[in-house]
Design a protein around this ligand. Structure first.
Ligand code: HGY
Ligand code: MN
Ligand code: MN
Length: 418
């Protein structure tokens, strides 16, 4: 979209500067990015982002859930806002781009509009969302779920980190009152759109040598937590046929999930990403095992079907191994389709700028899939080097990010009535 006849564009060096600065705020220097919500690293990152928002002329605020926003007024003060951004927390030992690339996209758009003195009809809100990964409290997509009324006050007490600190306690330590979580809900009609840029976290764009991916669908996701209770016994004196070995039941369940996901087809995936064995002694038969389950598919029936067959399998494990099992749902989101209008605007802008592109499905979850519950959403992917993500090797060239920013900038200028 031209502004007074000229096409305004992002500046790569500012994108690089922001991402390099934020990359320093990690709890695992030298071993990738570890930035849990409401941590020291969160605080440093949040303050860095807030400073850049204010430099870009935005008025900043934090909502009751702890997400940070920078607001840019539009000519129509009471018009619904266009929200632009992503999350700034990370997985453990993850990469520097998953989340922050989308937050920096927002900062760069805000700066570009500011320096060109662009006025829009609609107000804009640039978002830096917390706890999308759920790496600290489990479940995830927390900032967007809070805005859409999908975080209860009770969950803030029950969702705990590995040290037993609840989300409510962590929020409190950061100056947020968990009792006010309901105030984070965005009133119906208060948003015109939610637009996110994200790294692809997969191999397609790089393999096909494309500049941007325009996401049409995000897969359905469920994350569950399983506990298997057997009996801790002496590893030397307990005969093999007299054991209630929780790890054996857990191991057979892992093999079951892998097989069932492959057999489900349609790109369905099932993963056990975290497993903890207790009491964890070399000479003790495992009495308790905790593990996470992550199941995704573009076909929601595959997700629900896999969850129920997993539950049935756990019951079989109870009989076979003399253990007790429990399964707790942390989050479940159905597949989501992006706004056709916004997909069209992205496509048009990419064409105008001569960028190569393709439409895509996202196997990763994003805040956009939750925001789709209250407004139109759009999501642009930029390539991931080697398709890698959620690891220190995660990388996207800054010029590639700039192209994604330009595609969104053009769409925002159209949507916001510049
Ligand atoms: O798990 C996901 O897909 C995202 O990275 N939170
Ligand atoms: Mn992620
Ligand atoms: Mn992400």
């Amino acid at each position: 979209m031209n502004t007074a006849g000229k096409t305004i564009s992002a500046r790569t060096e500012r994108i690089r500067k922001d991402l390099e600065a934020m990359a320093a705020f990690t709890a695992s220097p030298g071993r990738g990015m570890t930035r849990h919500s409401f941590s020291e690293e969160d605080k440093k990152t949040r303050e860095y982002i807030r400073a850049r928002m204010e430099e870009a002329g935005l008025s900043t605020y934090e909502d009751a859930a702890g997400s940070l926003f920078g607001r840019r007024a539009g000519k129509r003060a009471d018009a619904p806002a266009i929200m632009i951004g992503s999350h700034f927390d990370s997985v453990k030992n993850g990469g520097d781009f998953d989340g922050p690339a989308g937050v920096v996209m927002g900062l760069e758009i805000a700066r570009t509009l500011h320096e060109h003195g662009v006025e829009t009809e609609y107000p804009l809100e640039f978002a830096a969302l917390v706890e999308e990964e759920g790496a600290r409290f489990g479940g995830g997509l927390y900032g967007s779920r809070a805005m859409t009324g999908r975080v209860s006050r009770e969950q803030l007490d029950t969702f705990k980190d590995r040290d037993g600190i609840s989300a409510a306690e962590a929020m409190h330590s950061f100056g947020f009152d968990p009792d006010r979580i309901g105030e984070a809900v965005r009133p119906k009609g208060s948003l015109k759109a939610f637009i996110e840029l994200h790294i692809e976290q997969g191999p397609i764009l790089e393999a096909e040598g494309l500049d941007v991916g325009i996401v049409k669908t995000i897969v359905g996701i469920t994350q569950q937590e399983v506990e298997i209770l057997g009996r801790p016994d002496h590893a030397g004196t307990t005969p093999m046929d007299m054991r209630a070995n929780a790890l054996l039941a857990a191991s057979e369940t892992a093999l079951f999930l892998d097989r069932a996901a492959r057999e489900a087809g349609e790109g369905t995936v099932g993963t056990i990403g975290r497993m903890e064995v207790f009491p964890g002694g070399a000479n003790i038969v495992p009495g308790r095992v905790f593990f996470t389950v992550d199941i995704r598919s573009v076909n929601n029936e595959k997700v629900t079907g896999l969850v129920s067959s997993l539950g049935a399998f756990l019951k079989e494990m109870e009989t076979k191994h003399g253990v007790r099992t429990s399964i707790t749902e942390k989050i479940t989101v159905a597949p989501v389709h992006m706004s056709e209008e916004i997909v069209g605007l992205f496509t048009e802008e990419a064409k105008k700028r001569g960028y190569s592109m393709r439409s895509m499905q996202s196997g990763a979850g994003h805040d956009a899939m939750i925001m789709a519950g209250i407004t139109d959403v759009g999501l642009v992917f930029v390539p991931s080097k080697g398709g890698r993500s959620h690891c220190p090797e995660e990388w996207t060239d800054y010029e590639q990010i700039a192209k994604g920013v330009n595609v969104i900038l053009g769409a925002v200028l159209s949507l916001a009535g510049a």
